[in-house]
Design a protein around this ligand. Structure first.
Ligand code: RFL
Ligand code: PHB
Length: 389
C-alpha cells in the first residue's frame, strides 16, 4: 500500500487530519488499533473551542454540530455557598460549543466513509520505519497478516499509550510530567442538566463538575481518590456526594436517575518535546495530556492538527518546508499555554491531600478575586474559549 500521509490512530486527531487533508486533495490512510464501535464508546470531552468548530466547518463536518450543539456564553464557578458567572461573550466576544467528542468522532467517521477514505481497523504491531529518511514506511498486522504502508509523512495520532511517541529515540526527546493525587469519577445520566451552563465547584469535600451533552443527557464528575473503582460508587452514593459539593440552592434542583456510564479518569499534565522527528509528527494526546479541568485535551489536539494540516498543504501545494520545519515549535508554544491554564484551573478547584489551611485560604482568596476582578475574568475567559491559532 502507498499513501501520501500515513496516520496512526483513528481518534478525533487522526480523523480530523485525514478529512482536512482530503478536502485539499491530499491522500491518507488511517490505521486504528480498535473497532469503530469501540472508539465511539469512549465518553470523553464535551466543550469545543471556536478553533475546533472552524476546523469542523473546513472539514465539511459541522452540520449536525450546528443543529444539535449548544453555544454557551459563560460558565459558573462555585466555592462553598458562593456562585458566580464568567461571561465569555461579554469578556471575549466568543462562546464555546457544547458537543460531545463522541459526536465529533461520529461525524468525522461519516465524512471519511462518504469520501471513500481508507481506515484500517484492528491493526496490531504497528512499527514506524525510516522516519528520518525521505521514504518512511509503517508495518503492521491485520487479521494475522503482515502489511506495509509506504508514505511521504507519518502523523502519530495514537494517543498517550500509542507507539508513535515511543518510536522517537529516548535521547532525542524530553518528557515533562505532573501526576495529580486524585482522579475524576464521571457519570452519564439521561436526566436534564442541572443548569443551562456548566458549574465548576470547589468545596471542602473536593471538586465537582456539572456538565451535559444535550437537554436530556447530563455529565457529572466528582474528584475521587485514585484507589477508588467505579463499582465502589453506587449511583445513590454518587448523587449524594455531588449534592454535598454544590451550593445548597443548586443541589436542591438536581434531577437524579440511573447512570448509563460510570468511569474514573486519572489527572495528568504531560508534554513531550519535540513533536517532530524527521518525517514523523506527533499530534494530540500522543504528544501531550492535560487534566480535564478547563476542557483543553481535545481542543489542543485540534490546534496541533491545524498546524500540521496547513504545513502539509504548504508542502504539497507550494513545495515549501517552512510549515513542516516550524510545526513542533508552533504547536508547543500553544500546548504549553493550554498546559498552564489546565494546571492553574486544576490547582484552584481541587482538594489536595497535602493541602494546608493556608493553601485553602489561598484558593478561596483567588476565587473571590476572580469573582470580583474583571481583568482576572478576562484572563480566565480568554483561556477557556481558547487562545488564537
Ligand atoms: P485518542 O482519542 O486517544 O485517540 C487515539 C487513537 O489511537 C488509537 N491507537 C492506535 N492505533 C493504531 N496503532 C496503535 N498502536 C495505537 N495506539 C492507540 C486508539 O485506539 C485511539 O482510537 O487521542 P486524540 O485523537 O489525540 O484525541 C485526544 C482526545 O481524545 C483527548 O485529548 C481528550 O478526550 C482528553 N479527555 C478529555 N478532554 C477534555 O477536553 N474533556 C474531557 O472531559 C476529557 N475526558 C479525556 C477524558 C481523556 C481520557 N483518556 C485518554 C483516558 C477522559 C479520558 C478517560
Ligand atoms: C465534559 O462535559 O465532559 C467536560 C466539560 C468540561 C470540562 C471537562 C469535561 O472541563
Amino acid at each position: 500500500m502507498r499513501t501520501q500521509v500515513a496516520i496512526i490512530g483513528g481518534g478525533p486527531s487522526g480523523l480530523l487530519l485525514s478529512q482536512l487533508l482530503h478536502i485539499r486533495g491530499i491522500d491518507s490512510v488511517v490505521l486504528e488499533r480498535k473497532t469503530k464501535d469501540y472508539v465511539l464508546s469512549r465518553i470523553r470531552a464535551g466543550v469545543l473551542e471556536q478553533g475546533l468548530v472552524r476546523l469542523m466547518e473546513e472539514a465539511g463536518c459541522a452540520d449536525r454540530m450546528k443543529q444539535e450543539g449548544f453555544e454557551h456564553d459563560g460558565t459558573l464557578l462555585s466555592f462553598g455557598e458562593e456562585m458566580f458567572r464568567i461571561d465569555f461573550r461579554a469578556l471575549t466576544g466568543t462562546p464555546v460549543m457544547v458537543y460531545g467528542q463522541t459526536e465529533v468522532t461520529r461525524d468525522l467517521y461519516a465524512a471519511r466513509e462518504a469520501a471513500g477514505g481508507e481506515i484500517v481497523y484492528e491493526v496490531d504491531d504497528v512499527v514506524i520505519h525510516d522516519a528520518t529518511t525521505d521514504a518512511p514506511h509503517v508495518t503492521f498486522t491485520q487479521a494475522g497478516k503482515a502489511k506495509r504502508l509506504d508514505c511521504d509523512f507519518i502523523a502519530g495520532c495514537d494517543g498517550f499509550h500509542g507507539v508513535s511517541r515511543k518510536s522517537i529515540p529516548q535521547d532525542k526527546r524530553r518528557e515533562f510530567e505532573k501526576v495529580y493525587p486524585f482522579g475524576w469519577l464521571g457519570i452519564l445520566s439521561e436526566t436534564p442538566p442541572l443548569h443551562h451552563e456548566l458549574i465548576y465547584a470547589n468545596s471542602d469535600r473536593g471538586f465537582a463538575l456539572c456538565s451535559m451533552r444535550n437537554a436530556q443527557l447530563s455529565r457529572y464528575y466528582i474528584q475521587c481518590p485514585l484507589s477508588d473503582q467505579p463499582d465502589d460508587w453506587s449511583d445513590q452514593a454518587f448523587w449524594d456526594e455531588l449534592k454535598r459539593r454544590l451550593p445548597r440552592a443548586e443541589a436542591e434542583k438536581l434531577v437524579t436517575g440511573p447512570s448509563i456510564e460510570k468511569s474514573i479518569a486519572p489527572l495528568r499534565s504531560f508534554v513531550t518535546e519535540p513533536m517532530r522527528w524527521g518525517r514523523l509528527f506527533l499530534c494530540g494526546d500522543a504528544a501531550h495530556i492535560v487534566p480535564p479541568t478547563g476542557a483543553k485535551g481535545l481542543n489542543t489536539a485540534a490546534s496541533d492538527v491545524h498546524y500540521l494540516w496547513t504545513a502539509l498543504v504548504e508542502h504539497y501545494a507550494e513545495g515549501s518546508g517552512t510549515g513542516i520545519d516550524t510545526y513542533s515549535e508552533k504547536a508547543l508554544a500553544r500546548v504549553w499555554k493550554a498546559e498552564r491554564f489546565s494546571w492553574w484551573f486544576s490547582s484552584l478547584m481541587h482538594h489536595f491531600p497535602d493541602q494546608t489551611a493556608f493553601d485553602r485560604k489561598m484558593q478561596m482568596a483567588e476565587l473571590d478575586f476572580l469573582r470580583t476582578n474583571r481583568a482576572a475574568q478576562v484572563a480566565m475567559a480568554e483561556n477557556y474559549v481558547g487562545l488564537p491559532y
